[in-house]
Ligand binder design. Structure first.
Ligand SMILES: Cc1ncc(COP(=O)(O)O)c(C=O)c1O
Length: 386
């Protein structure tokens, strides 16, 4: 493991300025294009919204895997950042981001030893636990001088991580509080299955119902004399719903910075498309072949765009659909607009699912207001899946 950690620490964390600005048409496609002005507007809009509701934000870096973006979010007032995995924490901490919460439980000595090493380095590192087994593993691997904040992960209905048991919750808090290396920092609850429910009202109804279940447990815990400083969770799909939950202290919003087709489809409080935030991220692909009329093949497929449900969507080609045509290829299909598309043309597509798509790329090509790409931002935590 030390060699892996060392390699992660040596990754590039800062922008690479291009000697000559590039047009999108000049990019080596498939390429991730990030519109910086739209990204900044999304960051600002979320900050203002949560600030007005009296909530903090702890944006999830699993979406972008890029310390440059984490630092922009921290500059905008984030209380810290989340990562899904220990390896992502290694990268962010090495880049100088120093308030990090790992939102998935750790249950092996292999990973707990890395956490122990990170917890010695003076940064503010937090982890979640949801089992006594996981807590014991952490305790066994944590050096005497290490300091670690621990949150108890609570599940209501998703069935992914988090405990549903009050007694487990209480025992975890007691054990955390009894160890001088650990600080009980609060609770996490994330209901991922609610985020993409179509329609604002059904999404709101289920999210608030699940949070009501969680709040009952928090009330019970407080009645046992336990102070709960942080209650963290939520995501982009319920960013304007969970602010109604009194006990939440901060929201772990991730995808709002980029927006992807999966999110655009769910609808917002006032519109059929969820367009509260702008699409700032697209994949540029080039047309490379046209075996028949009404379709044209581009150079991007499953190796450059990840989707578990919807397809990528051509950004500014009306009535054109994208279909995957294998690992390296996709096909644009249209009866009406294909005449205007020629070979060698660069087409921008809205990402189907932004997080796993980003994980397939080395760089963001950052587009400025003059329409040109002046710099690349490394996806520094690319491939950090452990
Ligand atoms: C624990 C946790 N918190 C927050 C998020 C961010 O969600 P979103 O991208 O929907 O904002 C995720 C995303 O999967 C997550 O797993």
């Amino acid at each position: 493991m030390p060699f892996l950690v060392e390699q992660l620490r040596q990754r590039q964390f800062t922008p690479i300025e291009l000697k000559k600005a590039l047009a999108v048409e000049e990019l080596p496609t498939p390429a991730l294009v990030l519109n910086r002005a739209a990204l900044m507007r999304n960051i600002e809009k979320m900050k203002v919204h949560l600030g007005a509701a009296g909530k903090g934000f702890r944006p999830h870096a699993k979406t972008h895997k890029c310390p440059i973006i984490s630092k922009l979010q921290i500059d905008a007032g984030a209380v810290g950042v989340c990562v899904a995995k220990v390896s992502e924490a290694v990268v962010l901490l090495a880049s100088g981001v120093n308030t990090v919460l790992i939102t998935s439980p750790v249950t092996t000595a292999t990973k707990a030893n890395v956490v122990g090493d990170l917890a010695l380095q003076g940064a503010s590192l937090s982890v979640v636990v949801d089992s006594e087994f996981g807590l014991e593993v952490l305790l066994a691997c944590l050096p005497q001088d290490a300091r670690l904040n621990v949150l108890v992960d609570l599940d209501a209905a998703m069935g992914r991580t988090g405990t549903r048991s009050e007694s487990v919750m209480l025992r975890l808090v007691e054990k955390i509080s009894a160890d001088q290396r650990l600080t009980f920092a609060g609770c996490q609850h994330y209901a991922g299955h609610v985020m993409h429910i179509e329609g604002y009202e059904p999404r709101r109804e289920l999210s608030l119902k699940l949070w009501a279940t969680i709040e009952e447990r928090l009330v019970w815990l407080r009645a046992q004399g336990i102070g709960i400083e942080i209650v963290t969770g939520s995501g982009t799909g319920t960013y304007d719903i969970d602010t109604e939950v009194a006990s939440i202290t901060d929201l772990q919003v991730g995808s709002y910075i980029f927006m992807d087709e999966e999110y655009c489809c769910i609808g917002s409080q006032s519109a059929d498309r969820f367009d509260d935030f702008e699409v700032s991220l697209t994949i540029a692909c080039t047309t490379i072949s046209q075996p028949m009329d009404g379709m044209i093949t581009v150079d991007g497929g499953f190796k450059s765009m990840a989707s578990d449900t919807v397809f990528p969507v051509p950004y500014d080609l009306a009535a054109t659909k994208f279909r995957f045509a294998g690992d390296e290829h996709g096909v644009l299909i249209s009866k009406e607009s294909m005449q205007s598309v020629t070979l060698g043309q660069v087409i921008q597509l809205v990402t189907p699912h932004c997080d796993p798509t980003v994980n397939l790329h080395d760089y963001y090509w950052v587009q400025e207001e003059d329409g040109l790409i002046h710099s690349c931002w490394p996806v520094s935590a690319r491939g950090c899946t452990w």
